[in-house]
Design a protein around this ligand. Structure first.
Ligand code: SF4
Ligand code: SF4
Length: 366
């Protein structure tokens, strides 16, 4: 059965605001139907890493906050701490980064709550009984909320091909231990011929798993599989066997998403911005030239359908030759150009198989 995905483009008539278009989209998609008076409404988003500018602007978030309040809900903005070193690995740094990026109460009109607490240990085990996990460790604030609305930003991702709603929910709301479980199959290897022993990976590794002994050496016992070293190495000397391991990670993200949504049937809604589609994740302290022009905003009650629709819109759009796609900008699958060894469809096909939603959708343009 196909699901409804509502879409509004970034094209406007003079005098019209994108904020108004977003409001119409949310209402038309029926996302506010999930809210009853006094409901605690978690709005899951990514506050942006320090230095990254591709995240969704707080002014858009404010519009959703205002709509939730009009329905009588009590909204709060939330995300869980990250696994890697960076500016969001504990609640203090995370909140400071969020405020620096514009998510201050005076702008967004709602408090910020870090879902898994001060140091990522405040989680709730949710039983799922699936292939990889019997239970999953979700940030407690998200579990305890009555309603969960997610605002996602679609972009490329080196481990999953693209990151959208599923990744925002499953990985994003996993506690630190939960994130570790999802990453645990990623085992990086150093190509000693390429390594120049600069030590950048040593400084970035959150598990102190790398030492320089002539060349970089990774302790497989200490490594937590965060994959940060693969992107911080300037020589691209560290690689992961994405072909098999990325498939498993995508399945794990889908299983975590089941845990995030469990008990909230009819109390969830998803919004995805297909704008500033950077080739890599917003977790890095930079963002690169977008691979396509700004396309629009999607809204749906189906987390699989909204991801499938977002990727399809990107693949149907003209690729930007000035982006990382380069001369291959005209190829039909832009994410396979960026990450040739990652089959991004796994997260959607497996998610569909375990009941998260449908890859078949009807795109309703408003
Ligand atoms: S960052 Fe790369 S080049 Fe530098 S020490 Fe680590 S593996 Fe070697
Ligand atoms: S070695 Fe790489 S993947 Fe392993 S913990 Fe360190 S940065 Fe993460």
């Amino acid at each position: 059965m196909s699901s409804e995905v509502f879409f509004t483009s970034m094209k406007i008539k003079r005098g019209e605001s994108l904020l108004t278009k977003l409001e119409h989209l949310i209402i038309r998609a029926g996302l506010l139907e999930a809210i009853s008076p006094k409901d605690l409404v978690a709005i899951k988003l990514h506050f942006g890493e320090r230095g990254n500018l591709a995240y969704v602007r707080p002014q858009y978030v404010r519009r959703l906050v205002d709509l939730v309040k009009k329905k009588g809900g009590r909204p709060f903005l939330t995300d869980a701490n990250t696994l890697y070193v960076g500016s969001r690995s504990n609640a203090v740094d995370h909140l400071e980064t969020a405020i620096e990026n514009g998510f201050d109460y005076s702008v967004v009109g709602a408090p910020l709550v870090i879902a898994d607490g001060l140091n990522g240990k405040d989680y709730t085990s949710v039983p799922v009984n699936l292939k990889h996990f019997k239970d999953v460790k979700i940030g407690s604030a998200a579990v305890q909320a009555d309603v969960l609305l997610a605002i996602s930003h679609l972009k490329g991702h080196e481990a999953t091909g693209f990151g959208g709603t599923l990744k925002n929910l499953g990985m994003g709301l996993g506690s630190r231990a939960g994130k570790q479980q999802q990453h645990s199959d990623l085992l990086p290897q150093v190509n000693e011929e390429k390594c120049i022993a600069c030590g950048k990976c040593v400084k970035w590794c959150p598990a102190a798993a790398i030492v320089i002994e002539g060349k970089a050496k990774i302790s497989q016992d200490k490594c937590i599989g965060c994959a940060e070293c693969t992107v911080t190495c300037p020589e691209r000397a560290i690689a992961i066997n994405w072909k098999t391991e990325a498939d498993t990670m995508q399945e794990k993200i889908a299983e975590y998403t089941v845990g995030v949504l469990k008990g909230k049937e009819g109390k969830t809604g998803f919004i995805t911005f297909v704008t500033n589609v950077s080739p890599q994740c917003d977790c890095y302290g930079w963002n690169d030239v977008p691979i396509v022009g700004d396309i629009g905003i999607l809204a749906s009650k189906d987390p699989i359908a909204i991801d499938q629709a977002a990727v399809d819109l990107i693949n149907q759009a003209h690729g930007n030759p000035l982006s990382e796609l380069g001369e291959r900008h005209g190829e039909p699958d832009k994410f396979r150009v960026l990450f040739p060894n990652v089959d991004w469809t796994i997260q959607l096909s497996y998610g569909e198989m375990i009941g998260l939603g449908s890859r078949e959708y009807q795109l309703i343009r408003i």
